[in-house]
Design a protein around this ligand. Structure first.
Ligand code: ADP
Ligand code: MG
Length: 218
């Protein structure tokens, strides 16, 4: 690392590896969440998807953050069935397009999360409060921007984003789903955490953990 406050390609690779680890570790929990208000496949979808991502990254060895994120997007779109594949794929594609240089500072990190959110809402048309992954990405994007504007470093920006995503995921419990498969349940979807919001919190926590490790090494 040239500076403790910028994140590079190593970070992006570590982030994706962390997503794969999280998806694998929490596979059963995500399956269970999706069993209650969906079709039981979310844990399997993200586990399979990110395992494929890690294999692809190891095979192709992309040399920039942009290329890591683009390859991730492409792989998720082609390996993850269901709603979450195209949504997360679009998120990472937009995130890639937001990256302007080889290293990300805190403002760049905030822009990346905002771009991911924009990709998801453009693709899925859900707004906050509809009990989807947007309910984790949106507060994460707000927290990231707030911290970046306040002068926090990239790792702290991601830590704040991860905390906000986890809170957002918890806050989906009382909501009634009005988008996605869970909306078929209507009022009966209330009382359960949204699986996509739960996995989003894990993925943003992985970004924060990778950044904290990079800063420590830097
Ligand atoms: P599927 O619903 O096709 O089985 P998954 O189980 O993998 O796909 O993913 C379900 C998750 O996708 C939901 O928990 C929700 O967070 C997210 N989701 C579904 N539809 C939308 C949408 N229109 N916008 C944002 N997120 C959505
Ligand atoms: Mg499902």
């Amino acid at each position: 690392m040239t500076s403790v406050e910028t994140l590079n390609t190593e970070w992006a690779l570590a982030w994706m590896k962390g997503c794969a680890e999280q998806a694998h570790e929490h596979r059963e929990e995500l399956i269970e969440l999706d069993r209650v208000i969906g079709d039981s496949d979310h844990g399997e979808n993200v586990d399979r998807g990110f395992r494929a991502v890690v294999e692809k990254l190891e095979a192709d060895a992309p040399a920039s953050i942009v290329d890591v994120l683009k390859l991730t997007a492409k792989t998720l779109m082609s390996t993850v069935g269901g709603a979450s594949g195209p949504l997360l794929g679009t998120a990472f594609l937009r995130a890639a397009k937001s990256v302007g240089s080889d290293e990300l500072d805190s403002a760049g990190v905030a822009a990346l999360i905002e771009a991911a959110l924009e990709g998801i809402t453009t693709r899925g048309k859900a707004q906050e409060g509809e009990k989807t992954m947007v309910d984790a990405w949106a507060p994460a994007a707000r927290a990231a921007r707030e911290q970046a504007d306040a002068g926090a470093g990239a790792a702290d920006v991601l830590r704040a984003a991860a905390d906000a995503a986890a809170e957002g995921a918890e806050a989906t419990i009382p909501l009634v789903a009005t988008k996605g498969r869970a909306s078929y349940l209507g009022e009966r979807s209330a009382g359960h955490k949204d699986p996509g919001a739960a996995s989003t919190a894990l993925f943003i926590a992985a970004a924060a953990a990778a950044a904290a490790a990079a800063v420590k090494e830097g």
